[in-house]
Design a protein around this ligand. Structure first.
Ligand code: BJW
Length: 235
């Protein structure tokens, strides 16, 4: 029989044990800054310097050598390399820890912190450094139009057609370290329910926990490697 087709959705919880804060936990990012001030197109139009400062600080944190992929990222990269069937890892995370761990069949549906986009010519560039309102686009030369290549509230997530096609074909859907509070990602489980096996791996039940067939609760560095080992063993 053909190998099951997998879609794996990850959220901020998978990077927590690498030292990156989640959004909605008690010590999360949204406990310290307001979404309306930094994560909407309106916030950027109103005060681009404030929004740049927020993302510059998070980019600097990601450059810290202490921030590295953990056992959960590595297990998913091993699964990607070993799984003979279809597999798509869809991350909501803007960090690059899945990339650094070696995952290849990977989409960043909420964009990437280490990239910048020109609002004038739409070119997307690798961008490990700070951005400012004076930054010039390397493609078109225009100053003042560079923004973080991330998806803010009210904007369309990236690669939705590819994600939708993979969800249509999937036999197993796994969500890891996501609170199930942000759509459309939180709705993926309901889209596949009834025709795919669905498993949630999270520290605690998410907001959409009742839509899943199974749940494994615990830190991602423990639950993900053991779940991957069982998958690769054919269980
Ligand atoms: C662990 C752990 C460990 C901890 N191990 N687990 C009204 C107005 C405008 C819009 C809307 C509206 N009502 C609804 C919407 C839509 C809106 C939305 O969902 N809003 C809700 C908040 C109500 N969504 C959008 O606007 C999206 N776009 C959109 O809908 O376009 C239209 C569309 C229509 C139809 C089809 C398709 C599209 C865009 C959403 C963009 C989200 N952007 C952010 C910021 C990205 C840039 C940045 O990083 O700054 O993305 S917000 C933030 O939330 C970030 C995350 O990717 C996202 C999800 O968070 P995540 O990953 O789930 O983190 P947490 O913190 O919530 O949860 C962590 C979990 O891990 C917890 O459960 C912990 O327990 C667990 N955990 N340690 C395992 N060690």
């Amino acid at each position: 029989m053909a190998h099951p087709s997998l879609v794996i959705l990850t959220g901020a919880g998978i990077s927590r044990e690498s030292g990156l804060a989640t959004f909605r936990d008690a010590d999360g990012i949204w406990a310290k800054v307001r979404i309306e001030d930094v994560a909407t197109p309106e916030a950027f139009a109103r005060d681009p310097a404030r929004v740049h400062a927020f993302y510059n600080a998070r980019r600097a944190q990601l450059r810290d050598p202490a921030i590295r992929p953990n056992a959960a990222h590595r297990a998913l990269a091993e699964l990607d390399a070993a799984w003979p069937g279809e597999l798509l890892l869809v991350t909501q995370n803007v960090d690059d820890l899945h990339d650094r761990a070696g995952s290849r069949r990977l989409l960043h549906m909420h964009g990437e912190l280490m990239r910048a986009r020109c609002m004038t010519c739409e070119a997307v560039h690798p961008w490990p450094d700070d951005l400012s309102t004076a930054t010039t686009c390397p493609a078109c030369g225009q100053a003042g139009g560079m923004r973080p290549h991330v998806v803010w509230f009210g904007e369309m997530p990236l690669d939705m057609a590819r994600i939708g096609a993979a969800l249509d074909r999937c036999d197993l859907f796994v969500a890891i370290g996501t609170s199930g509070q942000v759509y459309p990602a939180a709705g993926f489980v309901a889209e596949v329910a009834g025709r795919a096996r669905t498993v949630e791996l999270n520290l605690e039940p998410s907001a959409v926990a009742s839509d899943f067939d199974e749940a494994l609760h615990g830190p991602a560095t423990e639950t993900v490697p053991s779940f991957v080992a069982r998958l690769l063993a054919g269980a």
